[in-house]
Ligand binder design. Structure first.
Ligand code: MN
Length: 374
């Protein structure tokens, strides 16, 4: 199973997100060092900036570098000129897209994609061919498309769930069926319009897909793409699969992309969200202080983060005792309970949790009040 990170292409298509060439290179380097297998770096034909970015990233990284292209000779040639070793050629396959967007028929679509694949292969590129809106394409057509591109020399089919309407069950069956009928390698390219991008990506892998399109922080059009951090962590936690990606780089990658994209990561975003490794409730904190896996699917250190304990209305004595111990103190049980009640009242008054340093200050205040020595 291999990862094709498209933060710099599909992620870059997010309205308002503009990476400079230098920023793209910085992200690409970090992705490369973390162990992503392929970096989809941009759309060379779209601007001198993107052409330059793909060119420079191709020189900088050891991962495969891919440029995106429509099924036009001019686009394909622009990718080849950058020195990228791989190309993603995209063509819609759904009747809706072909009729209303391109205004062409099925035979014309097949003929265009066939020519584009042949040209790309002649230019020495590794070729991934998208079936754009593939999830709304009748199976009979999708199968024929896959056969045509394979025959023209394509290295894999990128099955694009362009508007994010697949379910895990359908995805798995569809991928399995294409592989069985056509014998082509499949990449899943899932969108998150209904919150299923990660689930559908994992389902595709279960069905035999060998590549997954992902983006850092799930960046992308509309509700975004399948998030790299969730996909790669799920592979490890759920499937026990090591795809050669250094999980401890995930948080740094996320922070970098958050900074240069200007798109804030959600509070509950798996793996990288602010709340994900923060704990306050008594039973959870007690468990976590005994073992990191009691209330986390993975330890925060494994993904480059730290556990954060905060005191809130449901917090218990375990957290207070833990903090006391860190301060080199021990209090009689009755005092700990009294302190807990005071802190609970405080949390209710403030309508928020107390950070570790606030908890420490509260403990000191309590000790002073009781005339106890620190
Ligand atoms: Mn996409």
């Amino acid at each position: 199973m291999r990862l094709d990170d498209t933060t710099l292409r599909d992620g870059h298509q997010t309205p308002g997100v503009t990476f400079t060439v230098e920023e793209k290179i910085e992200i690409a380097r970090m992705l490369d060092e973390a162990g992503v297998h392929q970096i989809e770096a941009g759309i060379p034909v779209s601007s001198p900036e993107d052409e330059e970015a793909v060119k420079r990233i191709s020189k900088e990284v050891s991962a495969s570098v891919m440029g995106w292209s429509r099924a036009h000779p001019r686009d394909v040639e622009a990718v080849a000129r950058t020195g990228a070793d791989a190309i993603a050629i995209s063509m819609p396959t759904s009747p809706l897209h072909l009729k209303y967007k391109l205004g062409i028929g099925w035979r014309e679509a097949l003929s265009r994609i066939r020519e584009a694949v042949r040209l790309a292969k002649n230019l020495g590129l590794y070729v991934s061919v998208s079936a754009e809106d593939g999830s709304r394409t009748p199976y009979r057509l999708l199968r024929q498309y896959a056969e045509v591109i394979l025959e023209a020399g394509a290295d894999r089919l990128r099955l694009a769930d362009t508007i994010g309407i697949l379910t895990p069950d359908i995805t798995k069956k569809l991928v399995r069926r294409i592989i069985r009928d056509v014998g082509i390698e499949v990449e899943i390219h899932a969108h998150n319009d209904l919150g299923l991008a990660v689930a559908n990506t994992l389902a595709a892998l279960e069905g035999g897909a060998s590549w997954a399109s992902v983006t850092v922080n799930g960046l992308g059009e509309r509700a975004g793409n399948a998030a790299l951090e969730a996909v790669v962590t799920a592979l490890k936690v759920i499937y026990g699969k090591d795809v050669g990606f250094k999980l401890d780089r995930l948080y740094r990658l996320s922070r970098l992309v958050e900074k240069v994209s200007g798109i804030p990561v959600g509070y509950f975003t798996p793996i990288v969200g602010e709340n994900v490794f923060r704990h306050s409730s008594g039973i959870h904190v007690d468990g976590l202080l005994k073992h990191p896996y009691t209330y986390q699917p993975i330890s925060p250190e494994e993904v480059g983060r730290k556990t954060e304990f905060v005191f809130d209305k449901y917090s218990g004595k375990a957290l207070i005792n833990w903090k006391l111990k860190a301060m080199g103190l021990k209090l009689p049980e009755t005092y700990v309970e009294e302190l807990r009640m005071l802190l609970v009242q405080k949390a209710y008054r403030l309508k928020r949790a107390l950070r570790e340093e606030e908890l420490e200050a509260e403990i000191k205040g309590f000790l002073a009040l009781k005339g106890l020595k620190i």
